[in-house]
Design a protein around this ligand. Structure first.
Ligand code: ADP
Length: 652
């Protein structure tokens, strides 16, 4: 045969082969196809020659350089974009890959699908089984083997009732009846019996199985072992129950606590009320006691100006010391009750810190000298001396600490130091310390020392006087001055009490607050003018007598009025230079009297200084005095010296 004929013959053979044949180079370009390929894919021969294999199938794996001759199943695409399953054989020949492609038949596909399904069923962890309409098992997967414990071999042909325990509440006859009617039973929970007799919990779905003609010939069952889940749920439920019980207990405890809290709150309210009442009572009592004290102290002072023999002078000294002591105690009680009832306020004035230190050391040195104790002091020279603060209360703290130091020291020294802690343009913080070489403080007592009415000594035979209020008051005062108070002490060696306090700096600040704080500088060297007429407005006869005697002693003329109305009447006719005004009086009280006097002065250029005399220095009183038109107040009981200062200031 000639080679051309031979070539045509081969071509014919190739074209008549049922499989589609494609010849593809290594770049994927199609170089030859047979007729079956044209029939299968519906591209023309020429179209094929311009295509690559990847337009027909996912071809990347064929084009990898190192591939083996092989066989595969793969989706392919026709010219109209429809797809089909193909069996592909491919192998390498010289520089080409030859593909044999055949479309799978429907039967082949069905078989394949069945195989797939069978393998899915086989690999499932759920039990998948089938029984005929009479309940005879004919299919049993590995899942069923695991769950029920029967091997496929031993159970096929057996009745399904083998796995249904007697105590189960679902009857196989009822299930089969339902299946016969074409009904499906979805996810119901029941129990089953394993081969080893163990009862397990399962969730079961049973569906009818149809033959090719559409008749029901059996039922398929999918069962899941939920024993573990059930157990877990039961555990959770019991845990939940436990927690619920705990929760209930807690709720009950909470309720109890709430009830207790309410009780406590009520008790606290009661206690607060009682405490307020106590503070108020103490304040009232102190006030009431201060008024007669005025008489006692006044007369004591006046007696000094009379002629007395030696014994009378001694008695007078005792009277003076005792009444001052009593006044100190009353003042302390009044202070603490004002503080406790929240009615305490500081009074700011301009003062000189050196004067304070000088005055205190001088005052204390009398008592110190008596006991042979040396008094020393150090004032930091870099402290600006003009400060603004409550100097009376600062004195009070220092005197208390210094008095304690001397009281509890038998020999050695008491050393007062004032140091600067910090300073800015507006304020300065100072640290004061009072060191003694006395008895010191026992450790047991250290944490109680700032509480009210506490003293280290509680026996009836006391060596040291005092009320146990001084440090408690000092602590409150120091707090109000934005400071702290503390101490270091060793028994038998001595104590150092420290406190810090903040003060504003200099005049500038005074000016800023000039409206709030009435500060008048007295002209130090002026004398009281002799012809000054002072009007005493006072209803208490004893007080009236004492003040009159003080004025007489100071060489002042005076008039008296026993209430506000009488004072106004006197002012109509008499020239008065200064009024000393009591506050609580019958008919017209001190405030209202002052208001009337000031009203009358409006059309004149007159302003008679009015000084309130009060035993009632509570918070807000100062504002009330100023508001009603008074110039200053002097608190009862006052000394001749205090009265003299007032006279010097207003009647010079
Ligand atoms: P009191 O008026 O009784 O002195 P304080 O509050 O000032 O009240 O002091 C309470 C107690 O603290 C004192 O009674 C004393 O026991 C103790 N105490 C205070 N200062 C000193 C000190 N410098 N040395 C030893 N004990 C002190």
């Amino acid at each position: 045969m000639k080679s051309q004929e031979q070539c045509n013959l081969y071509k014919n053979i190739i074209n008549n082969i049922n499989d589609a044949i494609l010849v593809v180079d290594y770049l994927g370009n199609i170089t030859f196809v047979n007729k079956s390929a044209i029939n299968l894919y519906r591209y023309s021969f020429d179209e094929f020659l311009n295509m690559t294999i990847s337009q027909l199938m996912h071809s990347s794996k064929f084009l990898e350089s190192q591939f083996k001759d092989n066989y595969t199943d793969m989706i392919n695409y026709k010219k109209d974009n429809s797809s089909f399953f193909a069996v592909i054989k491919y192998f390498k020949m010289q520089d080409y890959i030859i593909f044999y492609i055949r479309e799978r038949t429907k039967r082949e596909l069905k078989e394949k699908e069945n195989k797939n399904l069978a393998s899915i069923v086989e690999s499932s962890d759920d039990a998948i089984l089938a029984k005929d309409i009479n309940g005879i098992i004919y299919s049993w997967n590995t899942g069923a083997e695991k769950i029920y414990g029967y091997k496929r071999k031993e159970i096929l042909g057996k009745h399904i009732s083998i796995v249904i325990p007697e105590e189960s509440d679902d009857s196989i006859d009822v299930i089969l009846d339902k299946i016969k009617r074409g009904e499906k039973i979805d996810h119901y929970e029941t129990i089953r019996k394993r081969k080893d007799g163990a009862i397990i919990n399962v969730s079961v779905t049973i569906s009818p199985v149809y033959d090719e003609e559409g008749n029901i010939f059996g039922a398929s069952t999918i069962a899941r072992d939920i024993t573990g889940e059930k157990l877990k749920n039961r555990e959770l439920a019991s845990k939940y129950e436990e927690l619920s019980a705990v929760y209930e207990e807690l709720t009950a405890t909470e309720e109890e606590l709430r009830a207790n809290y309410k009780e406590l709150e009520m008790a606290k309210e009661e206690a607060d009320k009682a405490n307020k009442a106590k503070s108020q009572f103490l304040a009232n009592m102190s006030h009431e006691i201060r008024t007669p004290m005025n008489g006692i102290l006044g007369v004591t002072q006046l007696l000094e100006f009379t002629e007395l023999n030696k014994q009378q002078m001694e008695y007078l000294e005792i009277l003076k010391v005792s009444s001052h002591h009593l006044l100190d105690i009353i003042n302390n009680i009044l202070d603490i009750s004002k503080i406790e009832s929240g009615k305490f306020q500081l009074n700011f004035t301009l003062f000189n810190i050196r004067d304070v230190v000088d005055m205190i050391t001088k005052e204390i040195s009398v008592a110190a000298n008596k006991k042979g104790i040396e008094i020393m002091y150090y004032l930091d020279p870099f402290i600006k001396q003009e400060l603004f603060g409550d100097v009376l209360r600062l004195n009070q703290i220092l005197i208390n600490l210094m008095n304690n130091a001397i009281k509890f020291t038998e020999r050695g020294h008491v050393y007062l130091k004032v140091k600067k802690i910090y300073e800015d343009i507006r304020k300065v913080k100072l640290e004061f310390s009072v060191e003694d070489t006395g008895i010191g403080i026992e450790d047991d007592f250290k944490d109680k020392i700032f509480k009210i009415f506490t003293q280290a000594e509680t026996t009836y035979t006391k060596n040291y006087g005092g009320t146990g209020l001084g440090l408690a008051i000092s602590k409150e005062l120091v707090n109000m001055m934005s400071g702290d108070i503390w101490f270091e002490s060793e028994t038998g060696k001595g104590s150092i009490f420290y406190f810090t306090a903040e003060f504003s700096l200099g005049e500038k600040y005074v000016n800023d607050d000039s409206e709030k704080c009435v500060i008048k500088k007295s002209s130090e060297n002026s004398n009281v003018a002799e012809d000054s007429i002072v009007l005493i407005v006072e209803d208490n006869e004893i007080n009236k007598k004492i003040i009159s005697s003080f004025l007489k002693q100071l060489g002042c003329k005076y008039l008296t009025a026993s209430n506000g109305q009488k004072a106004i009447d006197i002012l109509e006719n008499k020239f008065v230079k200064l009024i000393l005004m009591d506050i609580q009086m019958p008919i017209l009280n001190g405030y209202d009297t002052t208001k009337i006097i000031r009203k009358k002065e409006i059309n004149t250029s007159k302003h008679i200084p009015i000084i309130a005399m009060t035993a009632y220095a509570m918070i807000g009183d100062r504002e009330k005095f100023i508001e009603s038109g008074m110039d200053e107040y002097i608190s009862k009981p006052f000394s001749i010296a205090e009265l003299e200062n007032i006279l010097k200031k207003y009647c010079s």
